[in-house]
Each structure stands twice: as structure tokens, then as C-alpha cells.
Design a protein around this ligand. Sequence first.
Ligand code: FE2
Ligand code: FE2
Length: 266
Amino acid sequence: MNNLYQLAKDCFLMAAPDDKIALTYSTAAAWQAGQLEWREGDTPLLLNEPGRLEQPEIVMPRDLPKRNVGGEQGRAAMIHAMAHIELTAINLAWDSIYRYRDMPRAYYDDWVQCAKEEAGHFEMLRQRLREMGYDYGSFPAHNELWKMAVTTADDLMDRMAIVHRVFEARALDVVPNTLERFDQLGDHEMVKTLTVICNDEIGHVSAGTRWFHYRCEQEQLDPDATFFILLKRYLKRPLKGPFNHDVRLQTGFSKNELDYLEQQWH
Ligand SMILES: [Fe+2]
Ligand SMILES: [Fe+2]
């Protein structure tokens, strides 16, 4: 029987996006059909660098060219930035499977499903880039999401809180506006794609909340107070709003947490 952790590692280390996506889909299908061993596996190696090709070039966020979304090239650059985040999110999901071994089956169900959906997001965005005469790798990209994944890697609680409930949750606030802009530009393909992404991300952030709460309960910690401590520990400055309260509530944010975020922002 193939092993979930071994395949998660292979997906993570696969460099070419097409191969990574194909292996992600086949691994997800095998897992969801109950065909993978998961109670045992080799001791996790310290893997901090996912496989990647030479392109795109990785730069600091401040070194990315300014984008004018009204222009064709600016729009492509924006889609490229989103595609890079989706590819990173695939690596992140496999890493969270490979790295944390003491979790119930439902945890692996959540992140396998997430890896599969992120692969779908990447494919749709890449397809749109190709239609516009570009491809993944045509623009530079920044790696802030992955850096935070590495920074929080030692502790599942921190990973869930910061990577999913801060970074990924940010998409819940901003993607609806981005969708509206593409709608105004008449880019119906992107409107469809972003609608799928918006919906799926609700599930990913909810999974982040679920496993953050699970760990808090195991360690007998108050989740809200713990979340606030982790925000202070990992972020240089308070999160900027506006926050999408309705959607965040759906993903398990408490009213108390949202009040705190608002208070810190203002
Ligand atoms: Fe995504
Ligand atoms: Fe996601």
C-alpha cells in the first residue's frame, strides 16, 4: 500500500507545476478512495524548500513592478501573483500533511482536499494567463506566504493560526473586490474563476480554525486569547482591514476575534 506521507513529500518536492498538479490529483484520489497507509510513515525530514523551477524569479515584495490592472499586462501580472500563491498553497497543504503526524484522519482529509482545490485554482489561473499570451513564470513573484509557513513550521497551532487564519483569511477580505474589478473589465472567465476560489477558500480557512481549535483544546488554551498572543508574536504590525465579517464568521472567527481585529486596525 502506498503511503500518504511519502506521496505528500513527493508532491511537495516535485518541481514542474504540471507534474506537481498531476501527482496532487492522483494522490488525492487514492487518499479519498481509502487506498493510502497513514498511521505509519518514516520520520519526517526537515523539508523547508518545495521543489520549483528557475522561473518565476523570486523577489522581495517591494521589488515587484507596480501593477495597473486596467492594462492588459498589469492584469496578467495580477493573475500571475495569484497563481503563485495557489502553487504555494499546494505546497503548504502537502507540507502540513507530511510534517504533522499525530493528527486524526479528518485532519488529513481536510488538507488533501485543500491541496486538490489549490491545484484547481492554479490550473484555472494558469489557463487564463496562457490565453492572454503569458504563462506561469512570465513575471517575478514574492514568497512571503511560504516564508511564514517556514516560520510557523515547528508548531501546528501557530501554522493554523497564522498561515490560514491570517494570510489565507486575507483572501476572504480582498478577493471579492478583485472579482468586482474583473467584472467591471468584462473578464468573465476571471469572474468565474474567482467565484470558485472565494468559495473554496472559505473551506480552507474553516479547516485552519478547526485544527487551531483542536490543538488549543488539547493544550487547554483559550482559542481567542491564544490567537491574539500569536498575532503579536508573528506580525510586526496589526492586520489591516476592512475585514469581511460575514464570511469570516462562517469560517469560525468569533465575534470577539473580529472586534479585536477592528480595534487593532483603527
Ligand atoms: Fe486557493
Ligand atoms: Fe486556499
